[in-house]
Design a protein around this ligand. Structure first.
Ligand SMILES: Cc1cc2nc3c(=O)[nH]c(=O)nc-3n(C[C@H](O)[C@H](O)[C@H](O)COP(=O)(O)OP(=O)(O)OC[C@H]3O[C@@H](n4cnc5c(N)ncnc54)[C@H](O)[C@@H]3O)c2cc1C
Length: 285
């Protein structure tokens, strides 16, 4: 299918891109999700603002307290970057399991968050890692916590005139580690998640002092699994404690049946992957 007719602009600076945005426009980064949606006419923007040629947005940087993942960092870079490996292991794994080589060479981590697919990998990791999303419009900049960023299926907290310019990820301190695991559609791992989970934990003196768990694939959006967090913090992080905490994986989450699994199967998988991610993160502290 062909998309409806649209105007195309390829600005060479962020300011120029922000000036071109407004009602009826869409940002294009890697185009890996936008173009299929335009071809199937689920999205029919009047103007596509292609930010892909703006220089200086494609490298992960160390900003002292946090690492910065700007708008044009591709999944392949996220999967292999040494700063991400050190401070955001869950995100490195999620990016390495996103799609195939072509998708990882074109698609961007910020695009994956902005796209807010119900079964996307990287939003769950960024939620678990406590990321801060930096949204810019021509009238200013605002911060959105990752746990508040995905608001519904294919709907993020961004306004039509905003660009997600950067994801900020706090650096790992002593006793902190993270992990991500999923079951991909079609039985493999490099595909959208039937169910998946990311975990970040902070352990000290034999106790889980803090934790965050991000879930994907099971509800209307990647989400923070608050029930698990409340159940694992304060425990010794043993296999028994993890198993008990995973039972709370779906508190506050409406599990949706889809082509890839019934409600019952997804409920089971969510608990399995929450337990796996938590165990891997705890083992790595
Ligand atoms: C064959 C195939 C397999 C895939 N498999 C997986 C998978 O296993 N797991 C997975 O998680 N994803 C998968 N994807 C999706 C892929 O990861 C996309 O690349 C990603 O979701 C979007 O990134 P993008 O840079 O291509 O964004 P685009 O397609 O350019 O944009 C997607 C949406 O986000 C918006 N957007 C993009 N960047 C910004 C920004 N900086 N600021 C504001 N809005 C922005 C666009 O306006 C659009 O609405 C797959 C895609 C394909 C085609």
């Amino acid at each position: 299918m062909y998309p409806r007719q649209f105007d195309y602009v390829a600005p060479s600076s962020l300011d120029e891109a922000l000036g071109a945005l407004g009602d009826g426009s869409k940002v294009m980064a890697g185009g890996m999700s936008l173009i299929p949606l335009m071809k199937t006419r689920l999205f029919s923007p009047a103007v596509v603002v292609d930010i892909g040629r703006i220089p200086g947005l494609d490298s992960v940087t160390d900003e002292g307290d946090y690492i910065s993942v700007p708008a044009l960092v591709r999944h392949g870079t996220t999967a292999s970057d040494p700063l991400i490996a050190t401070h955001a292991g869950a995100l490195a794994t999620a990016a390495s399991l996103t799609g195939d080589v072509q998708v990882r060479n074109r698609g961007t981590t910020c695009g994956s968050l902005a796209h807010s697919d119900v079964a996307a990998d990287q939003p769950a990791a960024v939620i678990a890692l406590g990321g801060t999303m930096i949204a810019r419009s021509s009238s200013g900049t605002r911060e959105i916590q990752a746990s508040e960023f995905c608001v519904d299926a294919l709907t993020s907290a961004l306004e039509p005139d905003e660009i997600l310019v950067e994801i900020q990820l706090p650096k790992m301190g002593p006793g902190e580690a993270s992990a991500y695991d999923k079951l991909g559609r079609r039985g493999g791992r490099s595909d959208y998640a039937v169910a998946g989970a990311a975990a970040w934990v902070k352990k000290g003196n034999g106790t889980v002092e803090d934790a965050r768990v991000g879930l994907t694939g099971v509800g209307t959006k990647p989400t923070l699994a608050l029930g698990v967090v409340n159940a694992i913090v304060g425990t010794d992080g043993s296999d028994e404690a993890v198993k008990a905490a995973a039972e709370h994986a779906l508190e506050g989450v409406t599990v949706l049946e889809d082509l890839y699994g019934s409600e019952e199967y997804k409920t089971h998988l969510a608990k399995v992957f929450v337990a796996r991610a938590l165990k891997q993160a705890i083992a790595a502290t």
